[in-house]
Design a protein around this ligand. Structure first.
Ligand code: GLN
Length: 542
């Protein structure tokens, strides 16, 4: 326990400054120096997890191997570190209170009055140390969601104060991320909001050890001195985080600013080597120097907020770099696709991805996009709902089951080609009740899926309730849609493909969650390759 170092990342002045990326970048640098690092996110909202949140609220819900529905920052942690996170890596206020209240009901507090301090704060401290106590890590980085001064952040800040006091300055460190705005009228960067935010932190008994300052302009030496003096930190601990063209530049920028060296110094740690970012930089090199460009249409209903499809966008960045092509994603609102608009909307695309989703809105547009890809031999990838719609479209237009549907979209359909699993039928609660997390899938040897994965058995992460209805399987297979991946125990269909089509695949799971910089997902890599091939042939014809 004594050997484990805890780093806390708090935020001030404004939200959306990129705490998650700073935490992930520091973790990357420490990992690249040989330390075993993990990152945890504490979210100050009362939902038990973000699973029940509309994507417009907080963006995508990220799913871990163990089936936790979590904040999208965990996706960044995995993509940067290439190591899996788990339920323990994301804790919300709702979960903290639920656990304390359950303990109270079991009588575990022995008649005491249960209070925010010490009971809630103790629970927070315990949750922070769960990862440390596994023995798997040298350093645990805990990102505190929200902004200091928020009412709901207070118990977390108090827990951090106590942990710093208990563990000592060598074992716990606070990094405070703030914003240094540029006032164009004055032609100056302003430090006052940062000073106030550090003061707010101080009022809660926490002195920031390191300041990371988000800025649109370089911080001068004088400004760094001023920030150091007024915010009570060493000058070397004033770190500039200037806007980057890609989040994948941030580890190098932090390296240049010395964020890792000042962190190690404060924690009294000696690194045995300089950070090895060779592989990372090779990826960056490929990402920034593409040899061609392809256009992929992302058909979804949350396209106004790109964070809703965060992992998909990042998976395309990894796969694009692997193929040395730039993937230009065209976000197409499924509600805007109809018989009249479809030609104009989809004509210039080299490939189509139909996104995951829930509920009826925009379904017909997505279905039209599937049909367009199928009948025009355009490379197609359907993810989760996208796969289910590929199945429904095939049933309607190839099997001639005109009213085929999913029971999610039409409970009374005569042909429920996608329906609820038996064990889901009695469930009425919405939170945490889906088929979640990693499940095995066995691939058919003579399939596109096998070619893509080069393996007979894979494991992919799920987040859905509805499934391909196996009563129809034979009919689909005799008419040209093949179930190329199946769960070995339940026999649930995980992958469908059309062997007569150049590249058409629907997957019931979410491959995007497993794509990382170090290991771009093979399905995205193969899809982008197929899209590129298609683009080359159509350009020749034209
Ligand atoms: N709504 C569908 C289901 O619950 C698909 C979910 C998804 O796309 N993640 O099965």
């Amino acid at each position: 326990m004594d050997d484990i170092k805890y780093i806390f990342v708090t935020g001030g002045v404004s939200s959306s400054l990129g705490k998650g990326i700073i935490a992930a970048s520091l973790a990357k640098l420490l990992q690249a120096r040989g330390f075993r690092v993990t990152i945890q996110k504490l979210d100050p909202y009362i939902n038990i997890d973000p699973g029940t949140l509309n994507p417009y609220e907080h963006g995508e819900c990220y799913v871990t191997e163990d089936g936790a529905e979590t904040d999208l920052d965990l996706g960044h942690y995995e993509r940067f570190l290439n190591s899996p996170t788990s339920q323990a890596n994301n804790v919300t206020t709702g979960r903290i209170y639920q656990s304390v209240i359950e303990k109270e009901r079991r009588g575990e507090f022995l008649g005491k009055t249960v209070q925010v301090v010490p009971h809630i704060t103790n629970e927070i401290k315990e949750r922070i140390q769960i990862l440390g106590k596994t023995g798997d890590y040298d350093i645990v980085i805990t990102e505190i969601g929200g902004t200091v001064g928020d009412i709901e952040s207070l118990p977390y800040i108090e827990a951090v104060r106590q942990m710093k006091w208990e563990l000592g300055d060598d074992n716990a460190l606070v990094i405070h991320l703030t914003f240094v705005p540029y006032l164009s009228a004055a032609g100056e960067l302003k430090t006052k909001p940062t000073q106030h935010s550090v003061k707010t932190l101080m009022e809660s008994g926490i002195r920031a050890d390191i300041l990371v300052c988000r800025t649109e302009h370089e911080l001068s030496d004088d400004l760094r001195k001023k920030l150091a003096l007024f915010c009570n930190v060493k000058k070397e601990a004033v770190i500039q985080s200037i806007d980057a063209s890609t989040i994948y530049d941030v580890p190098n920028m932090m390296l240049e600013e010395g964020l890792d060296t000042v962190t190690l110094k404060k924690l009294n740690l000696t690194a045995t080597k300089e950070p090895d970012l060779t592989h990372w930089n090779e990826f960056l090199q490929r990402h920034k120097n593409p040899k061609a460009e392809v256009r992929i249409g992302l058909i979804g209903k949350y396209v106004e907020l790109q964070d809703s499809y965060k992992s998909i966008l990042e998976a395309f960045i990894h796969a694009g770099a692997e193929n040395e092509v730039r993937v230009k994603l065209e976000f197409i609102h499924s509600e805007h696709i109809n018989a009249k608009t479809i030609g104009a909307k989809l004509a210039k695309l080299d490939g189509i991805l139909v996104a995951p989703g829930f509920g009826e809105r925009g379904i017909e547009g997505k279905m039209a996009a599937v049909k367009y890809a199928r009948t025009n031999n355009l490379p197609f990838l359907g993810i989760c709902l996208g796969m289910q719609l590929a199945v429904i479209e095939f049933a309607r237009n190839v099997l001639n089951l005109k009213d085929a549907n999913s029971t999610e979209l039409d409970p009374l359909t005569p042909d429920p080609v996608v329906n609820l699993m038996e064990e889901q039928k009695s469930i009425t609660a919405l939170g945490g009740t889906m088929r979640l997390g990693a499940w095995k899938c066995v691939l058919k040897k003579d399939s596109l899926a096998y070619k893509v994965y080069q393996s007979e058995e894979i494991e992919e992460r799920h987040r859905h309730r509805f499934e391909f209805n196996n009563d129809y399987l034979e009919k689909f297979e005799t008419h040209g849609m093949m179930a190329s991946g199946v769960n070995p125990e339940s026999k649930l269909v995980e992958i469908v493909e059309i062997p007569d089509h150049p590249w058409f695949m629907g997957v019931q799971y979410h491959p995007e969650y497993k794509s990382t910089v170090a290991q771009p997902h093979p399905l995205f890599v193969a899809f982008v390759k197929a899209v590129h091939e298609h683009a080359k042939t159509t350009k020749e014809i034209n």
